[in-house]
Structures are given as C-alpha cells and as structure tokens.
Design a protein around this ligand. Structure first.
Ligand SMILES: Nc1ncnc2c1ncn2[C@@H]1O[C@H](COP(=O)(O)OP(=O)(O)OP(=O)(O)O)[C@@H](O)[C@H]1O
Length: 329
C-alpha cells in the first residue's frame, strides 16, 4: 500500500540546512496500523507530509496506494485521507455542512455527499451535533469531526498526525475506539504519528521508532520490547553477600542479557521474565540465597528508545503520558 525508497527532505532555516528526513525506506501492507513514534523534531510530520503529497521530497521515491507522490499527486490524494495537527473545519460552519462540502470537494455528488456525511456522523457519534457550528464543539468532538472529514471519500489509507494531542485521556480513548472500529470494518490502512508511547504500544501493529530523521527500530511493539529491552526481574535480597551470589547465579542463565546489583537489590534483564522468575527463585533457594522480594517489570517502548538512544522519549518529548487503556478507562 505504501512503498518508499531513500526518501529525504531537508530545509534551509537560519542559514543552515536541516535534514528533517534522512532516507526513509518503507513498505506498508494494506490493512496495517503503523505508528511513527519519536520525540519532537524527529521527522514524523515531514514524513507524513511527503507521503500525503503536501511536501515534495528532496530525493527518493514514494508510491502510495499505487500512485507516485511526485508524478501523480492527484491519484494519491483521491485515495488517502489526512488528519493534520490542526483542524481543517471552519469554526463558523455547521458540522453537517462541513462534511457535505468536503465530500463535494472530493468530487462526490450532492446525494452521495449527504449519505456519507450522515453515515460518518453516526459512526463517529456526532449525529446530535450535526446542526451545531464547529466552533462550539469540544476538543474531542472536533477531532472526531476532523477524522470524519478525512474519511468522507472512503480513502484506502488514512494518515493521522498526532490525532489525540491535547485531548484528555477519555477523549483520546474515544477517538481511538472510533478510528479502530472503522479500520476493522473497512480495512483502511492507518499510519499515525504520536508522542504517546502507550498509543503506539496499544494500537499499532507495527511501530517505527524515529529519531533525528531516521528510522532506528521497526517492528511490532512486542518484538521491539522483547528484542531491544527485555523483561526486568528486580530482587530484594537479605544482604550484600546474598546479592553478590544472586548476581553470579542469574548471569549463568541462558536467557539473561544483563545483571546489575546495587546494595541488596539485584536487577536482571531477561527474555521471558514470567517463566524465568520462578526458575530463578528456585535456583536461589537451592543455593541458600535469601531473596525477600521479587518483582517482574515489563518493558515499555520508552525502554526500547532508551536502549537505542540513551535518552528516554518522555524526557525528549516532554509530554504527559496518556493513560488510555484498551478498554478506554
Ligand atoms: N518548513 C520548515 N522549515 C525549516 N525546518 C523545518 C520545517 N519543517 C520542519 N522543519 C524541521 O525539520 C525537523 C523535523 O520536523 P518535523 O515537524 O517533521 O518533526 P516531528 O517529528 O513531526 O516533530 P513534532 O513531534 O514536534 O511534531 C525539525 O528539526 C524541524 O524544525
């Protein structure tokens, strides 16, 4: 559905060249949900703007939904929906009129535009707001209207640039619930950017971690976390001698990547932590090492970013983590 090769984009700013995207090679299958995750200035928006034909690449090629972004921008635009960081709806217009106008702009007949508008208002739970002006909507309602506008022409690919930034956790969960239901029902390919680790972790099947214009890791959240971070077992031992002995025993286990100790606390980084924890405790017991507490800590995508860059995404992005969960609480 999306294929890019060596895509780059640089800008001239303040007498200097900023290399915003430094060689994006991408293959996205139809029906995927892909997240670009990275700190401020990593190149996420610039990548999306090139894929949506809003910005010409400096070099490289990109084909989206079978059409080249440079030689057939119109072909691409007819097949994609784009939700930018700002709202595209005019605040003084009525919600239903904005949707119909958007449909008309995409070449739909008046009747088809009205049908699509009604259908999307229902799908995104905006029916009760159809006659309100856009300016009177809440942030979450407005974002859902933006998504409806991006979907009016039934695009094959939906690009969402930070779809939930600035929304409260409840509205975020609500927006995602709708986007993913539409994805499930229509098979729409979704590419989104986010600062929110939890959104990438929960909703994307593939995460591309971006830093300084390059993709530095690419895979499912599970694979990235298992491969690049691993689980952590944190043991509280009865004394420093016990901790020292626990370090030796843990290091001998085949799935363990790293073991460190600080005072009486021992930290073990390992694959399959849930299986390793009882096994490790048995070994310690047999060896007479006294472990008083044991905790299993699952890795986050922030651990992946930290492992790759030495920085945390939370520090880099300076944003509050989203607390949305799969069931929207
Ligand atoms: N029009 C422009 N002129 C000059 N520099 C730009 C322009 N657009 C983007 N940049 C620079 O390119 C780099 C990548 O910006 P981009 O907006 O793609 O990052 P991002 O990952 O989307 O960041 P954010 O998460 O803050 O939206 C940044 O250093 C930015 O300052």
């Amino acid at each position: 559905m999306i294929h890019t090769c060596g895509l780059t984009r640089s800008f001239r700013a303040g007498g200097e060249t900023v290399e915003a995207v430094r060689g994006l090679d991408l293959d996205v299958e139809a029906g995927s949900v892909v997240a670009f995750l990275g700190p401020n200035g990593a190149g996420k928006t610039t990548s999306l703007r090139m894929l949506t034909t809003l910005l010409p690449p400096t070099s490289g090629t990109a084909v989206v939904a079978g059409h080249d972004v440079l030689t057939d921008a119109s072909g691409v635009r007819h097949r994609i929906g784009y939700l930018g960081q700002g709202s595209s709806a005019g605040s003084t217009f009525r919600v239903c009129d904005e949707l119909v106008t958007q449909g008309r702009a995409y070449g739909l007949s008046r009747t088809k535009s009205r049908i699509r508008a009604e259908c999307l208002l229902a799908a995104l739970e905006l029916e009760g707001l159809a006659k309100r002006t856009v300016g009177t909507l809440s942030g979450g309602q407005r974002r859902r209207l933006d998504i409806a506008m991006a979907l009016v022409h039934e695009p094959e690919v939906l690009f969402l640039d930070e779809p939930t930034t600035g929304l409260d956790p409840h509205s975020r969960a609500h927006v995602w619930e709708h986007v993913l239901r539409l994805h499930k029902e229509l098979g729409t390919t979704i590419v989104f950017t986010t600062h929110y680790l939890e959104e990438a972790d929960l909703w994307a099947r593939r995460v591309m971690v971006v830093d300084h214009g390059r993709v530095i890791a690419d895979g499912s959240p599970e694979k990235l976390k298992a491969g690049l971070a691993g689980d952590r077992i944190i043991l509280g031992t009865a004394g420093c001698a016990d901790a020292g002995r626990a370090v030796e025993l843990a290091r001998a286990l085949p799935t363990v990547h790293e073991v460190t100790a600080e005072g009486t606390e021992v930290r073990v980084r390992t694959l399959h932590g849930d299986a390793q924890l009882p096994f490790l405790l048995r070994i310690l017991e047999v060896a007479g090492v006294r472990a008083l507490t044991a905790r299993l800590v699952r890795p986050t995508l922030d651990d992946v970013f930290l492992g790759l860059t030495g920085r945390t995404l939370r520090e880099s992005a300076d944003v509050t983590a989203v607390t949305a969960t799969r069931d929207g609480v």
